[in-house]
Design a protein around this ligand. Sequence first.
Ligand code: SF4
Length: 436
Amino acid sequence: MTRDKLTAYIHTWGCQMNVRDSEHIKGILKGEGYDISDTPEGASLVVLNTCSIREKAEQKFLSELGRLSLQKKKHPELKIAVSGCIAQQQGRALLKSHPSVDFSFGPQNIFGLKEFLYDEHRTAFTKENFEAENEKLQTPHRDNDLRAWVNIMYGCNNYCSYCVVPYTRGRERSRPFEHIISEARDLAGIGYKEITLLGQNVNSYNGGCTFPELLTMISNIEGILRIRFITSHPKDLNAELASTIGENKKICNHIHLPVQSGSSSVLTRMNRKYTYEEYFTKIQLLRKHVPDIAITTDIIAGFPGETDSDHKETVRALKEIEFDGIFAFKYSQRPNTKAAGMDHQLSDKIKSQRLAEILTVSDVITENINNSLEGRCFEVMTEGKSETNAENKWFGRTTSNKIVNFLPNENTKRGLIVMVRIIEGFKHSLDGELVV
Ligand code: SF4
């Protein structure tokens, strides 16, 4: 069933860190002579790059692994590797419970993939390898030729009580700023227009300069038109960052700032290190310096012990802040986390009801915000033909990270900043027309 040439398929679940890790994995495999396929059919190697932040992501991985295991029974030459947070958390246990897995490796061991590929033994590579990862990971594969991810730091020190990341990705460590600048310069040199700085808590960056200083240095690189960053932690958001975003045109008017709950007592049990009032003060600070900033967030519905009144505080917070968009999920117990052992775990029914209310309230707010943009003009970076409509429209993004669909003209090509007037706002996108 395998093709003549070595072919690999990488399935990615989870956050942008995982997406970037998959790019590194693809880069290493290409260096070893693999073609990268968009489907698992016919692949000689399948890498499942896993996420364990929520139970659902883990279930999806297990079902895909089950499907591949059946395939491997018919085609024993198929190699299956597991990477990411589940691989790190489970180590050798994963190989024991799933005999179809040939080898596994954690996020700090990706750079070793070149060697693991040829290891004759079924092994789990999950050693802490902080020092080695920084610079060996700069493999060339990138999924997009306009917008690039750049890791600026790895790991996390915060130990939020529901989260596995500090256990799977290790303690926080920042790449030296010189290395980041040099990577960004190289990207500009080969035509990249937009850079997204990546880290679990980018604004805690500590690699020889402050995070706002890093943003400013990257903005001075010729050819880079836009800079984004994800994810920021509310506790480290300060006036220096807010004013840097406000003053520097290349730094996009968007921040993803997870609040998780509108109840300060839930935030304490989550170990988030801020109260709702402190979070709200940071939102005001951001809006003072960047009046047009789009703010998105994460919410967990039904954290252990969350009362009806805690939930109402979250709904109230959504209405008070008016986020441009949210990612909301039901709380799920993750192994080895403090919250998993907390009393008063809520039923799935209550969690689902609360999640549904949160999403309903948020959808209305998002749509209202997008409607309010009708008639206004925005700079949009063109990205290509829109995949979702049949009218030959193109799409791009505003600096506030909103997708805009528009009819192109004869000068339209990828990677331009064009002016677009918004005609209609929807929940997930905007329709606009070029302003010539
Ligand atoms: S800040 Fe909290 S939620 Fe985010 S990665 Fe660290 S521990 Fe997890």
